[in-house]
Design a protein around this ligand. Structure first.
Ligand code: BV8
Length: 257
């Protein structure tokens, strides 16, 4: 992937001319921070498993220790990760435009880069709760130093139940407050505003439906993704580059205006 991707003039003009910028991010946003994207083969132990089969309540009920070992390892990896230049560029953009960040990602890299996140559509890896009584779990879970096949979940101090990650599994409803905040941010868009769609395959709903909603509001929809995605066809512009290279160039061009 060439590092310097030419930014089309119309893309720069669109963001320069916008009052509001809604940014919808997926796993590709965190790829250059070393976090494997959801569709890339999971590392090591889990490479033979389809993540969308593991990220389910059924898998948890079937073998919570196997599922928890996967999440505990992802929490461990996130602790070693840093926000990348793309995360930092989006945080900088908020000094120049009214920015709303809506993410499918369960990491905290947008926050650590300085963005205020409007919605975590699929929850947070770092917010644990009891799978039985739903009590938040505030302690630090025991994390493995290397991937392990199975790891017993922490026990809820309130009821003794198994503690699960605070993420939205396939088949589970998205948090109502995240959906409402996202819909409010989309409804605030007017013609001339911009929706940046960064690093998502555009396959998982209802998140994958939000670019079309932004389009219906009259926003200019711009994709930043090195590859074709499920939403590329509806975008006014596509920039075939990576988040950590395209976003800093785009924000720098906007800041100069
Ligand atoms: C729900 C948390 C009600 C867990 C995740 C229609 C309507 C509603 C629901 C459905 C529907 N049709 C089907 C459904 C059910 C299902 C669904 O959408 N299934 C898909 C497979 C068809 N949806 C649900 O179950 C949702 N719940 O709607 O409840 C309901 C339920 C059942 C039936 C009807 C209604 C809940 C979905 C949430 C699942 N949880 N994550 C965890 O992470 O462990 S989803 C997970 O995968 C991610 O969060 C993300 O959202 C999703 C896709 O991943 P992406 O972020 O797109 O990342 P991916 O790896 O796929 O792609 C990376 C992209 O980045 C690529 O395009 C790549 O080119 C690009 N890239 C790579 N490097 C870079 C880059 N881009 C920029 N820079 C780079 N450097």
């Amino acid at each position: 992937m060439p590092e310097t991707v030419p930014l089309p003039d119309e893309v720069i003009a669109a963001v320069r001319g916008a009052r509001r910028v809604l940014v919808l991010t997926g796993a590709g946003m965190s790829a250059e921070s070393g976090i494997a994207t959801f569709r890339d083969a999971q590392t090591g132990l889990w490479e033979t498993f389809d993540p969308s089969q593991l990220a389910t309540h059924e898998a948890w009920v079937d073998d919570a220790a196997f599922v928890w070992a996967w999440y505990a390892w992802r929490i461990r990896l996130l602790g070693d990760a840093e926000p990348n230049a793309g995360h930092r560029a989006l945080a900088d953009l908020a000094a120049h435009r009214e920015v709303s960040v809506v993410t499918q990602n369960i990491d905290d890299l947008h926050e650590r880069a300085g963005s205020r996140v409007t919605a975590h559509l699929h929850g947070s890896l770092l917010e644990l709760r009891c799978a039985d009584c739903h009590e938040p779990y505030a302690d630090q879970p025991a994390l493995p130093d290397a991937p392990v096949e199975r790891l017993s979940p922490e026990s809820c101090p309130a009821c003794g139940g198994e503690v699960r990650p605070g993420v939205v599994w396939f088949g589970e409803m998205l948090p109502q407050e995240a959906v409402q905040a996202t819909e409010d941010a989309i409804e605030a868009l007017e013609p001339g505003d911009v929706c940046l769609v960064v690093g998502t395959s555009g396959i998982v709903y209802p998140a994958a439906g939000y670019p079309a909603m932004a389009l219906a509001q009259g926003a200019t929809v711009i994709e930043v993704n090195p590859d074709e995605s499920g939403v590329s066809d509806m975008c006014h512009h596509v920039v075939r580059g990576t988040a950590a290279h395209v976003l800093p160039a785009l924000v720098a061009a906007v800041a100069q205006s």
